[in-house]
Design a protein around this ligand. Structure first.
Ligand code: 6PG
Length: 241
């Protein structure tokens, strides 16, 4: 199922809140907890603050990240820090349910493996996220999965460290495609005209050269949240199928 919402920011944020509430209700009823993965960039800066007002079962929420930069959690580049500033510090989460990617660990490989263990110990032997929130770069990257990068071919590990990200900083952690594919709902947000070409390539051309297409083509359920500039359309619209 693919759903595309084109709207101004305030309306996109409302759709995000509504979908999170819906997913959380269903996950809570079936598994007694809700597992979300957050991102970095504008999606967190602009859309995620609305989640503070969401009616979510905060004490049952397990929070993970789709990617993280290899910096300490206090660094302005840290995706954890951004999420904490705009959302996590403002809602009643259980601290042990906030699963920060260890961007401050010197041994990157060990840190990526440890995060995979953390996913398994929190969510079970075959960990599955209920909702993954993704931003998309102008080159179609999502998480820290970049076009043409070997990380796109990983099929066993769930978390990888990479040292050559074309988007600075170069050293990062990322969830891999198998982890993203298994998510209940993948939300891809794209804001601004510099995303319009990639949006067109994923939605109209199903272009496999873009990491976002590799994710959305195989995910069970995908919601695109686009502002009119990213959608390349002057008029808001809503379509699904
Ligand atoms: C990161 C992000 C990354 C981001 C995209 C889109 O750590 O850089 O997680 O994947 O979501 O680059 O970022 P913008 O929405 O800011 O363009």
């Amino acid at each position: 199922m693919r759903e595309v919402v084109v709207a101004e920011l305030g309306d996109l944020a409302e759709v995000l809140v509504a979908r999170c509430e819906e997913v959380a209700l269903a996950a809570l009823a079936t598994r007694g907890r809700v597992a979300l993965a957050l991102t970095g960039g504008n999606t967190m800066r602009v859309l995620a603050p609305a989640l503070v007002q969401a009616r979510l079962p905060w004490e049952h929420l397990e929070v993970f990240w789709g990617d993280e930069r290899a910096v300490p959690p206090t660094d302005p580049e840290s995706n954890y820090r951004l999420a904490d500033d705009v959302l996590l510090s403002r809602v009643p989460l259980v601290p042990s349910h906030v699963h920060r990617m260890p961007g401050d660990q010197p041994d990157l490989e060990a840190a990526a493996a440890a995060y995979e263990d953390e996913l398994r110990s929190a969510l079970g032997p075959v960990p599955r996220l209920d909702l993954v929130l993704l931003g998309m770069g102008p080159d179609g990257h999502v998480c820290s999965l970049f076009p043409g990068h070997a990380a796109l071919f990983e099929r066993t590990r769930l978390v990888l460290a990479i040292t050559d990200s074309p988007k600075p900083p170069p050293v990062r952690f990322t969830l891999t495609l198998p982890m993203l594919w298994s998510a209940g709902l993948v939300v891809v947000a794209a804001l601004g005209s510099e995303k319009a070409e990639a949006v067109r390539r994923v939605l109209d051309a199903d272009d496999e050269g873009l990491p976002v297409t590799r994710v959305t083509r195989h995910a069970a359920s995908v919601l695109f949240l686009l502002d009119p500039e990213a959608a390349g359309t002057p008029h808001p619209e809503h379509s699904s199928g």
